[in-house]
Design a protein around this ligand. Structure first.
Ligand SMILES: [Zn+2]
Ligand SMILES: [Zn+2]
Length: 329
């Protein structure tokens, strides 16, 4: 089978053996893979991973062969990205996503940029008819956005500030909006902010053109929003979040990709902030939101590529104006 393999020399299309079906496994014929900021960071060497590696943790496909009776070949599926041990303290306590021995598809073991991938049946989620495999590539980041909402729920019409305008920011904005919050988006990418407007978010602020902080303070009695979510992918966003959030507020950190941040913790102490990180979320809720049409994902796709053009897809995806790139297999 063909796989896009990352080596020290870059991304290369290679012939690799079809993974054998082990007991308890399902082999997925991969259809679509989303390129995520983490993939770009690994590709650029900013986020450490053992090479050679097949990247791709946001993928969906169709069951090719199954070793378990309740999952039939031909079923469209998306998969969790973590393969957990089932034995450690977290796994035994029902918090498998904190597993200390877990492997992560596309990060610590080969992921979805291949014709076939084998995964344990227990991490498979069948897709309903009204969610395409391309839409399902958004399930993993959407689930993590939903986790942020669970950690920091907003009241109806409460202003929530999202910093950033990329894929994750636009998913977070839609998740909060679908749950009744008044979403405000601050970014510095005009094209992405335009897309946010097309998605119905009128309260967008371009940091290049407008004094966004005054505008945000004006709508929050001069004290700043209670909930600020950082989804810019760079360290400036964290400083902005700590600065603008009100005393006693909540900062959600989403997209740091290995950034080292020399921050002053006094601000957290003095402002009595609550800080949440979130990386893994509820897949079933994400699939349900997509199936009910509560989240628009197709308009977030900037361009589609084939596996043969996978290296070009990574070049394209690393441009700042790009929201989401899909590789179809
Ligand atoms: Zn991702
Ligand atoms: Zn474990």
């Amino acid at each position: 089978m063909q796989s896009l393999v990352l080596t020290a020399d870059g991304l290369q299309l290679a012939d690799t053996p079809i993974p054998p079906l082990m007991p308890g496994d399902v082999r997925i014929e991969v259809r679509s893979v989303g390129i995520c900021g983490t993939d770009i960071s690994i590709w650029k060497g900013d986020y450490y991973a053992d090479l050679p590696l097949v990247l791709g943790h946001e993928f969906a496909g169709v069951v090719h062969e199954s070793s378990v009776p309740d999952i039939q070949p031909g079923t469209p599926v998306v998969t969790d990205i973590d393969i957990t041990c089932g034995r450690c303290w977290y796994c035994r306590s029902g918090a498998r996503h904190y597993c200390t021995e877990k492997e992560t598809l596309g990060i610590t073991r080969d992921g979805g940029l291949s014709e076939y991938v084998c995964v344990p049946a227990e991490i498979i989620h069948p897709l309903p008819d009204d969610v395409t495999t391309m839409e399902a590539t958004f399930v993993e980041p959407l689930a993590s956005a939903i986790k942020t909402l669970h950690q920091a729920p907003a009241a109806d019409d409460e202003p929530v500030l999202i910093l950033g305008s990329g894929k994750l920011a636009l998913l977070l904005a839609q998740v909060y909006d679908a749950n009744g919050a008044a979403v405000h988006i601050v970014g510095r990418n005009r094209w992405q902010l335009g897309l946010a407007k097309q998605l119905g978010f009128q309260n967008t602020y371009d940091t290049v053109q407008r004094d966004w902080k005054s505008a945000i303070l004006k709508i929050t009695h001069g004290i700043g929003p209670r909930i600020v979510i950082e989804a810019t992918g760079n360290i400036d966003g964290v400083a902005m979040a700590f600065d603008v959030v009100r005393n006693g507020g909540i900062v959600g950190l989403k997209s740091m990709h290995g950034c080292q941040f020399p921050f002053n913790p006094t601000l957290i102490v003095n402002k009595e902030l609550t800080i949440y990180g979130s990386s893994r979320g509820p897949y079933d809720e994400a699939i349900d939101m997509l199936a009910k049409g509560r989240i628009e994902v197709n308009r977030l796709i900037s361009k589609e590529f084939t596996l043969e053009d996978g290296a070009k897809a990574f070049e394209f995806a690393s441009q700042p104006t790009v929201t989401k790139v899909i590789i179809n297999i």
